[in-house]
Ligand binder design. Structure first.
Ligand SMILES: [Zn+2]
Length: 301
């Protein structure tokens, strides 16, 4: 079995059946041993000892001086972990009384440096907090929706509607396209200088994953693919996706870049990718990304 991708496999028991147990939830919320994962406007909290790798900051409830949207993430060895979103606070530092120096930061800045299980927990907290922030109202009737079941459901507060809204994640396909000895990488204008990566795009309603892979590749580069095979998946809460990774075989080689989507797309030789050093002319995608994983696994073949 492959090693899990970054932000997957948090070692957490999601205790799905406990979410409806209000008494158990209340006990866990009051338990001094429970740990809280603060989220402020999609930023996570990390410890900053100034030395070595950063680490996630998991606080006791009394170290957070305000209320917030609270979501049961799960348990680790019997200890409950909750996300606590305090984005409504204007001065976040003043709402925290952590015992160690801490800092709010974008997970994308520190993700590859964190212990895997910590990165996964922070990603989960960020993703579910984002969902709550954007589903405060019922999408059917427009009335307020309130959180239930430990934060894994929002229900419309109008009894006549009472629609249930469940946390969602947007499926996106991401694919390493190759023709044997070369692979197809593209680049978007907004990326860091020289960075090239695999193609990717959102799955549309009424479409299979394989169809989405083929459609995105032909739309962005004009390349026709077949032999679409699943590789692995990655939670990617930046802001709300799951990346579904594939390898696909190119049937054509003539690239026609859709300039509205990509600045450039090119074939790269296996030998070049194996020997290159990152520079502003060419660099590989982020180390915590499934894109990097798809490329490196293909290079090992
Ligand atoms: Zn409603």
């Amino acid at each position: 079995m492959r090693e899990p991708n970054f932000y997957a496999a948090g070692g957490l028991d999601r205790v799905g059946r406990r979410r409806k147990d209000a008494a158990w939830l209340a006990e866990r919320l009051a338990d001094p041993a429970s740990r809280f994962v603060p989220v402020w406007r999609s930023q996570n909290l990390v410890m900053t000892n100034g030395q070595g790798s950063p680490a996630a900051a998991f606080l006791a409830r009394h170290e957070i001086l305000c209320e917030g949207e609270t979501v049961l993430l799960g348990t680790v060895e019997g200890c409950a972990y909750f996300a606590l979103d305090f984005s409504h606070v204007e001065m976040p530092r003043e709402a925290l009384r952590a015992a160690t120096p801490v800092e709010l930061t974008d997970l994308r800045r520190v993700g590859p440096l964190l212990a895997r299980h910590e990165g996964s927990l922070l990603a989960y907290a960020r993703g579910i907090a984002y969902w709550h922030q954007r589903h405060r109202f019922c999408g059917v009737c427009g009335r307020p929706a309130s959180s239930e079941e430990g934060g894994h459901l929002r229900r419309c507060t109008d009894p006549a509607c009472a629609t249930q809204h469940f946390p969602r994640t947007d499926p996106a396909v991401i694919m390493l396209v190759h023709d044997g000895e070369r692979c197809l990488l593209g680049r978007q204008r907004v990326w860091p200088a020289g960075m090239h990566s695999t193609l990717a795009g959102f799955v549309e309603p009424g479409e299979s994953l394989e169809e989405a892979v083929a459609r995105e590749v032909v739309e962005e580069t004009g390349i026709v693919v077949d032999q679409v095979t699943y590789h692995s998946s990655q939670p990617w809460p930046f802001p709300a996706s799951i990346m579904l990774g594939f390898h696909a075989r190119a049937r054509t080689t003539d690239i026609q870049v859709d300039q509205s989507e990509l600045e450039d797309a090119r074939w790269f030789e296996r030998a070049f990718l194996r020997s290159h050093e990152d520079s502003d002319d060419f660099r590989m995608p982020r180390r915590d990304s499934i894109a990097r994983r798809l490329i490196e696994d293909w290079l090992r073949r």
